[in-house]
Design a protein around this ligand. Sequence first.
Ligand code: 26V
Length: 802
Amino acid sequence: ASSVSGLARPTVDALRAKILHHLEYTLAKDAGHSSRYDWRMATSFAIRDEMLKPWFAATRQTYDTGAKRVYYLSMEFLIGRLLEDAMINLGLHETIAAALAAEGQTLSDIIEDEPDAALGNGGLGRLAACFLESMATVGVPAHGYGIRYEHGLFRQRFEGGQQVETPEDWLSQPHPWEFARPEAAYIVGFKGHSELRRGKSVWVPGETVKASAYDTPVVGWQGKWASTLRLWAGLPTTQFDLERFNNGDYTAAAAPEALARTLSRVLYPDDTTPAGKELRLKQEYFMTSAALQDILRRYQSQFSTLADLPKHVAIQLNDTHPAIAGPELMRLLMDQHDMGWDEAQTVARATLGYTNHTLLPEALERWSTYLMGSVLPRHMEIIQRIDEDHAKAHKRPPSVGIVQHNEVKMGDLAFIMSHKVNGVSALHSELVKETVFHDLHKLHPDRITNETNGVTPRRWMRLSNPALSTLLDETIGEGWTRDLDHLKTLEPFAQDAAFREKFAAAKRANKVALAGWVQDTMGIDINPDAMFDIQIKRLHEYKRQLLNCFETIALWHNMRQTPDAGWTPRVKFFGGKSAPGYFVAKEIIHLINDVARTINADPVTGHLLKVVYPPNYNVSMAQRLIPAADLSEQISTAGKEASGTGNMKLTLNGALTIGTLDGANVEIRDLVGADNFFLFGLTADGVEKRRKNINHAREAIEDSQNLRDVLQMIVEGRFSPEEPDRYHGLVDRAWHHDHYLVAADFDSYWEAQRAADALYRTPQDWNRKAILNVARSGFFSSDRTIRGYMADIWDVPSALKD
Ligand code: 26V
């Protein structure tokens, strides 16, 4: 068996020659007449060459040892830029910078030229990307499977303060990291009917498309291992219709191709409601079926009996989007490989695991039996029989069952067809047991487990925060990059005044850099010594950007009344996109922008308060904002945010959190210490109780002078003088339909904010707490999360000897 060894790193001269070689032979360009794009592509190809060694070695070792493989099925992979990440993990950052400098090129400009691969909406997709990198670091033989969307998440612009979406076009330039694998292609069927042949059901699809593979390698820290992201593109199965074309019917000749390609055309930008659309269901089945066919083909090239599949294969479902994997795996085993029903069900269940990422009822997928039966008739039969089996095997209450009220509940299907079901934070996993899967949990008490989310410290510290990374290296050594628990050894330095100075200097340098970018891109002048207060995430009512916006208005109002009262200067940052059809979220964006415009123009408070909402928040913008944050806003209504991962990134980068007891905030606060966290608001239990009082909002508003003033200012048109009644609907809802308890939590939030203000005025105390946040955040590495999945769900050891 070949083994993966350490890297032999190329020299500056060798890399420089490599880059020039690619410029000349891959891009056919002359160094003297090359654009930034050309230099980026040549640099990317040079780095990609270096990825092949660990990638091949990992692949070979996995084959040679027959090691168990992990497959992560996800409709989203929010990977962002890849060049810098690959350079850092291969230890080539400085070498490449020097090689490019010798050619008169600036590395940072080249890095910035790369478009973000935005094949995801938010937390769920970014988690999948962190997991691929952590599996490559920890040494898991792993593939991610997804869709190669031509258009990733839309671009966001603001027009008159309102969100406008434009299509994202990352593939308009060739993607240098991928390898087309036209030889890895599978037929995926839809529609048609299921018929009996010699006593066996057989599906006769009415439509077919081809799924064609594209592979991107992901290398782990120090290039010791690599995982593969395999994305599927849709192609027609019919040959090009030359006769139609020659007859002049060009549109008809192109139709099959256009139809097949729609499957990988766009990412669904809606993460609130199942976009009850046939295309979404087809996309989910397309990805899942192609992945499972590929998995079985690879398995059969190595092993003989499919009964042993779970010994060699673990498949993880990233939420219910690939939940059709249960019936599809059974169908393939039964209809194509002659396995019996019971064995197929046992094998499928032992192979599959399901991760739940949300409790919001509107985000739980359900498909009408009509649609499921017409798009996937054979699967509908299998689903019905799985449900009947389950009913027979367990005395279940009438509310339990995959098919209810002519709908297929994909969560129940995923639960019943998986051997483990996990939540993504301690609180969330308990709520999963008590709420969505209450009845199923009673029947299967050992199935639900917790795997608290994490983030990769390579991208979210070493890459994005070189200032703090260098300080950490100098103070505690580099070991934290591989084992984030090393950060514990930083704790004593919180008491060291000289270290606190250095820590503060690193943070300040990041804030100065961010302030420069804000000035250049938005023309807003901000003070790097003000507290940088940051809320970055998708726009959602439950995340309560509105609460933050109301507090901003109250703060401004109070500052105006007593400008000399010793206020702590603040810059409020917002970042995030709304689903295009989510009216209420879009109205909140509009209000934040109106408030920003008003406050930023006020000469009275100009030195005290600014509001900054840069458009088109994405992974690269997160990398810019997070290292510069002082205060992390994690203010969701308790019980609603499954975990959060931005909260972890901000803690790791030395921001203090102002937050509710929700999602992973609970664990963050336990670990960093209650003294080092600004807690406010109702608990998950308190929220449920408070809602029983139908007057909860009115009573809270009547009790709060501050909040009444805020609502009054909005309703009077202070922020929208050109259209004074613009927010009448919003204010009316705040009084009468405040489902997320903004009013009930307002005063408590205000108090916590003032406590943050007070602490910020004593920098040594603030910095001591910020250092303790960093030192105690080691738990939130996605390497730890992956080790949890390996031990509790996948039963896979590391392939790396350490
Ligand atoms: C649902 C749908 C419905 C159909 C259209 C596309 C679409 C896309 C996503 C979703 C569900 C999104 C669930 C989600 O993103 N959950 C987040 O997962 C993070 C990682 O576990 C977690 O940190 C966040 O708290 C949680 O909101």
